[in-house]
Design a protein around this ligand. Structure first.
Ligand code: G16
Length: 548
């Protein structure tokens, strides 16, 4: 190896970021995520690890995002972004967990040393990183710890400030493709906003004026970037931003945001006097990577348009465009869902398109979607995007349309590749995509909602002492541990018409999640609570706190 680890610098700075004892950290579904006030040592070590990842990849820029997304304000987290803007390679998640759990500075340095050897990292290579954070109060201190990690190993670090998770993913890809023929865009937040708004304006040119859109920003960073996006869009689409209190303690994701709407299946109370019947509204989450739409009908009744409805709307539109462009049979559009997808959506989509079910977590959906020419993936919680393979992108740019109608459809498809953030789920980009489809189809929320009927469903969580005893198979649809529990769930499910239920450990919180659906609302609720009761009994919970 051409050079060695700067052990003295690492040691000195590591001493300022001791690992708390009695805490085990785990790089899970969305990186490290737990209470913000115990993450100091993790941030320092992730700073060092990100630099090593960059060196391993010949100096490519690695992204680091400090956020806990939809989780409560006191939580925080960190995730690494690989050079093409995608989530960290799975094999490195284990290394991240090992390094984060080294008990002392000595143990950390030893673990680093061993890792550098086994991973064959050439330390003479440059290390480049770009990093950002959301609006959480714990963010600035955690950024300082992260920067110490970069300093310890001598990384070239670019601070992207306070921005959304999808912007950070975009930046990573834009930086790494700069000057190549795959150039993704100008490597700045401004470049991102320009790219999206320009594509949007082209896609809705000539369509009737679009009515203003109500946006619940979850009191998070989406309020900041949403305001800038609104300025770029001007009169093309007026964004009415609500829940923008980024400096109010305790407001982030509280009784608002995409997760609140999806889980409680109701309008954020703060929008009660804002959203008018017939008007479209949507909620972002704390770092603006998830999106849920909704509308009130004439009777003021709330209707939710979640990730499954987004997938159905978007996939149908893209299929139509490929046909109109004369590319039918040449470009295959496919769907990726998780076990949380509503049975109504799975039936509707499976009758029309190839479909695959994978485990929860964007990384799983993203990889599966890469196998299609155009892969549409959305988790029911509103996290998702559309991927165009490089073959498809080439086909779109070389295809010779034979009629003006084909040419128009082809241009729309090309503009969609510019509008959609293909690195990760992006609430703001997805929102523009939905507005494009609604404008093209002249759909209101009602028509969109009528594509298929959702089965009533309920999601509940059970706090357990040890979530890792719950193990799953078959894309999380079945439990393999604790032994015997799945048989009890099956027995219960059979008693409910249209019943379906599954149990899985969360990757972002210390809880086990229980999902249930059935033909009738009261039955879906009952099934969810009875399965939750089984889980609770299994872990020997306090009978007084049993879910009911
Ligand atoms: C993260 C992941 C998502 C996942 C969600 C919930 O979302 O990125 O893919 O669906 O956590 O995960 P779990 O049920 O395992 O807690 P976000 O928006 O928090 O980054």
């Amino acid at each position: 190896m051409a050079s060695a680890l700067p052990v003295d610098a690492i040691r000195t700075l590591s001493e300022q970021h001791p690992k708390p004892s009695n805490v085990h950290f785990q790089y899970g579904t969305a990186g490290f995520r737990t209470l913000g006030n115990i993450l100091d040592s993790v941030m320092f070590r992730v700073g060092v690890l990100a630099a090593l990842r960059s060196k391993r990849l010949d100096g490519k820029t690695i992204g680091v995002m400090i956020t806990a997304s939809h989780n409560p304000e006191q939580d925080n987290g960190v995730k690494l972004v690989d050079p093409r803007g995608e989530m960290l390679e799975a094999a490195w998640e284990v290394h991240a967990t090992n390094l984060a759990n080294a008990a002392t500075t000595d143990a950390f340095v030893d673990a680093l040393d061993a890792f550098v050897k086994t991973a064959k990292i050439d330390l003479s290579k440059p290390a480049r990183v770009v990093y950002a954070r959301d609006t959480r109060p714990s963010g600035p201190a955690l950024i300082a710890a992260l920067e110490h990690g970069f300093k310890a190993i001598g990384a070239e670090a670019r601070n992207a400030g306070v921005t959304t998770t999808p912007v950070l993913h975009y930046l990573v890809k834009a930086i790494n493709t700069k000057g190549t023929k795959e150039e993704y865009g100008v490597d700045s937040e401004e470049g991102y906003l320009q790219k999206l708004s320009t594509a949007f304006k082209k896609l809705v040119a000539g369509k009737p004026a679009i009515p203003p859109l109500v946006i619940d920003c979850a009191n998070g960073v989406g309020a900041i970037v949403g305001e800038k996006l609104g300025a770029h869009l001007g009169d093309t689409l007026k964004l009415l931003l609500h829940n923008t209190a980024i400096d109010t303690a305790g407001a982030l994701n509280h009784a608002c945001g995409a997760d609140f709407v999806k889980t409680s299946q109701r309008l954020p109370p703060s929008l009660a006097s804002v959203l008018q019947p017939g008007q479209r509204g949507c909620s972002l989450d704390g770092d603006a990577d998830r999106l849920i739409y909704y509308y009130l009908d004439d009777r003021g009744q709330f209707h939710m348009l979640d990730g499954d409805k987004i997938a159905a709307l978007v996939a149908a539109f893209i299929v139509e465009l490929t046909k109109s462009a004369g590319l039918e049979g040449e470009i295959q559009v496919g769907i990726v869902q998780t076990a949380y997808a509503n049975g109504g959506s799975t039936k509707y989509l499976a009758e029309r398109l190839p479909i695959k079910c994978v485990s929860t977590g964007v990384k799983h959906l993203h990889h599966a979607a890469e196998h299609y020419d155009i892969g549409v993936y959305f988790e029911a919680n509103g996290h998702g995007t559309v991927l165009f393979s490089s073959d498809t992108t080439n086909k779109l740019s070389s295809h010779q349309p034979s009629t003006p109608a084909q040419s128009t459809a082809l241009n729309h498809l090309i503009n969609l590749t510019q509008l959609i953030n293909q690195t990760v789920g992006d609430a703001l980009s997805d929102m523009l995509l939905i507005e494009v489809v609604l404008a093209h189809k002249s759909y209101s929320g009602l028509e969109w909602d009528s594509l298929y009927v959702d089965l009533p469903n309920r999601l509940v969580k059970v706090v357990v002492p040890e979530r890792n005893i719950f193990k799953t198979a078959d894309a999380e649809r079945r439990l393999t541990s604790p032994p015997g529990l799945q048989a009890k769930i099956d027995e219960l499910v059979h008693r409910y018409e249209g019943g379906r239920s599954f149990v899985r450990p969360s990757g972002t919180e210390d809880v086990v999640r229980v999902y249930a659906e059935a033909t009738v609302r009261s039955q879906a609720d009952e099934l969810a609570f009875r399965v939750a009761g089984l889980v609770y009994d299994e872990v020997g919970g306090d009978p007084a706190k049993r879910p009911a």
